[in-house]
Design a protein around this ligand. Structure first.
Ligand code: OGA
Ligand code: NI
Length: 366
């Protein structure tokens, strides 16, 4: 998710001042727009290309399911099989559902405050509104041109980690338990990500100590997506196709309305198992693994009648990290991607966002 890294950029003095790049162009609040209930929606949301793509949806495929409770102790029955399954999931799919993660209560609490927040009147939500040249807060995805098509959705974007750089101006105080719940959610999701990261590096044949630095002082962004119902749902997108620019994303679907689709030659709709976490490989993981694992393009579609909410937690490298293929993986084979430091990587993410090119293409060694 590119906008997340934009905000990380704000937190480091090493990189370009984002105000030089111009902030996001303010656009309408989509929840308020949808509430008006007009059949004809503004043309900036209509995407002519997706109607013709509808035939390309394949309902028959499903992403793998990983049971992380089988991966607590090596040598336990089922451990090796599940670890092998995780490898296949990362290699062939780049997406999987995680079950038995042990943090259901925290997730349920977070879902509750999320739903409550989006039910609040607009003025109340606007107390956490995005500010110029700052991507955190309540608003819409980063908009760079007046011509750009718009997503049918609002978001609340917060950077909980590193803790020292939290900006509480964007943390809602209504509902009253929001901040405490988000703090617990951030910790729980960070813990699960670290576990997964360890297992993934094990699968790549890497000693975890040698990659510890990459995730030391890990950056975490939490984006709560709110997709209102849309009378012309078939013609809009809640979130345009993208890959996530970070290492690992953990996504929780808040209500029963589906909408996430992943690109696997056709668009494959994800049917979430209740209580599961949807995990995907981000661009940094693709680069680290020297292309063994790939960051998969995905998008969100919306429903005609029902609102949809999701919570994405992006985990990225710390500011001190290097972003590049893990040295142990490129001893005998050529690196397919460049190595740059994290601040430089975040800067690249911004520039590719601005010129609309794929980030991975910029990192590939031709
Ligand atoms: C994201 C994302 C999908 C969804 O926030 O980067 O891919 O289902 N979200 O909301
Ligand atoms: Ni995404």
């Amino acid at each position: 998710m590119k906008t997340q890294v934009l905000a990380m950029e704000d937190n480091t003095n090493k990189t370009t001042d984002r105000s030089e790049l111009g902030g996001s162009i303010p656009v309408d609040n989509v929840q308020a727009l949808a509430f008006k209930g007009q059949e004809d929606i503004p043309v900036r949301y209509i995407r002519p290309e997706i109607e013709s793509e509808e035939i390309l949806v394949d309902e028959s495929l499903q992403i793998p399911v990983i049971d992380i409770s089988k991966l607590t102790l090596s040598g336990k029955p089922g451990y090796d099989d599940e670890l092998a399954k995780l490898h296949v999931a990362c290699k062939d799919w780049g997406f999987f559902q995680l079950v038995n993660h042990g943090i259901s209560e925290t997730i349920d609490d977070m879902k509750k405050v999320t739903e409550e927040f989006f039910k609040l009147p607009l003025e109340e939500k606007m107390k956490c509104a995005q500010l110029p040249n700052n991507i955190e807060g309540y608003g819409q995805a980063f908009v760079v041109s007046e011509e750009q098509k718009l997503d049918w959705g609002d978001m609340l974007f917060i950077l909980p980690l590193p803790v020292a750089q939290r900006d509480l101006r964007f943390w809602p105080q209504n509902p009253i338990s929001f901040r405490k719940t988000l703090d617990e959610y951030s910790n729980a999701l960070h813990r699960v990500s670290m576990k997964l990261f360890k297992l993934i590096t094990l699968n790549l044949g890497i000693k975890h100590e040698s990659v510890g630095k990459l995730f030391e002082n890990c950056t975490q962004g939490i984006r709560i997506n709110y997709y209102p119902p849309c009378p012309q749902a078939q013609k809009v997108l809640g979130l345009a196709p993208h890959s996530d620019a970070t290492v690992l994303t953990l996504l929780v679907q808040v209500n029963e309305v589906q909408g996430l689709q992943i690109k696997n030659s056709k668009w494959v709709p994800i049917k979430p198992i209740p209580g599961s976490i949807i995990v995907n490989i981000g661009d940094v993981m693709e680069i680290m693994s020297n292309g063994e694992y790939r960051s998969i393009e995905h998008r969100a579609v919306v429903d005609v009648e029902k609102e949809r909410l999701s919570i994405a937690a992006f985990h990225g490298p710390g500011f001190e990290a290097m972003v590049g293929p893990l040295p142990e993986l490129v001893k005998e084979i050529k690196p397919k991607y460049k190595t740059i430091d994290a601040p430089e990587y975040f800067k690249l993410v911004i520039n590719t966002k601005l010129d609309g090119k794929s980030l991975i293409d910029h990192m590939k060694i031709q």
